[in-house]
Design a protein around this ligand. Sequence first.
Ligand code: GAL
Length: 400
Amino acid sequence: MGWNPWNAYKCNISEEIVVAAAENFIALGLKDAGYEYVNIDDCWSVKSGRDNVTSELIPDPVNFPRGIKGVADDVHALGLKLGIYSSAGTETCAEYPASLGFEEIDAASFAAWGVDYLKYDNCGVPRNWSDPYSACTDRWTNTVNGTCIGLSNPAPDGYDWGTSLTAVRYRQMAGALAKQDRPIQFALCPWGYAEVETWAKGVGSSFRMSKDIRADWGRVLEILNRNSFLMNYVEFGSRPDADMLEVGNNGLTFAQERTHFALWALMKSPLMIGASLTALTDDQLSLLKNPRLIAFNQDRVYGKPAAPYKWGTNPDWTFNSSYPAEYWSGQSRAGTFIALLNTGSAAVNKTALFSEVPELRQRRYRIADAWTGEHLGCHTDKFTTLVEKHDTAVLIAKPC
Ligand code: GAL
């Protein structure tokens, strides 16, 4: 859980912005809610190149006058952790120097500066490091009878993407980080390429599974739709990164923001706030601090995420970016979570039929509202509630 400036600031980042975010974690109660990593994204270094003598990356002297170490010291003094960004290529997506071929040097710099987390992008990959085979990144839309269609150079049957050059590029940095004298969380950001979900576990703690998010309902649904097919790959130490949160970035209604946050939490995506913290309304802050959804996301006993148990608008297992799965369930220490998403364009009654929810085994359950914590009584066989357009009801069921 943390914050990342990319969605709100793009390349306009500085020490002031990052340290202010850390201070706001305290002032706004976000640290108390569990948010811990204050991250730096692209554009933090000198763009023209590395240090001539040491080959190290150089923090931009104007925007980061005290270096990354100065920022890390401030962030650590607040009891928080600092994240940084690079790419498994020769350039980042914004064309700053990146780490391919410099993994050991950069990992050592990050460790020396006190960095706790590295987001590792997939831009600037030279031709000789590109995978010879095209992966079926759109395998749910492009697959006919189990075969991916329309690929220029498909991998042979049974090909292990864990041996691909993409996997090797990521493992090189994982190895370099492991040699450092401090733990550095490794967040893979290969946008779902090279079937990353099949080999990410053991390489990094999370894997980006899609292209970039935007504060746009269609994009939120599309990412949700894709991720819904990856839930079997998720467990402790292997989170599907559905990308940073857009709550507070003007583009979603509050109902859409609730759905976005709830489903990201339930899928066990990293929860990275992507807005300017001082621009958040009280409602948005309470949403981001929802203790019940955060507890589900961070559960120490249950590593499995929630998963769809029924699609709703479409037949089960249908890929449809506008109408993804609407009925989700997952187990947690607090009980069984059930999410009822309304992808339609009007408020509608939605029913959780207990016999359809895989985690539920009996007929009577006490239902609580995960948004408010309010207890809604004991119910037999089912629970029905009104769900506003694009909103999600999140219920917690425990035996009566
Ligand atoms: C993209 C990445 C974004 C952001 C951006 C920076 O590839 O998905 O999250 O990091 O690069 O240029």
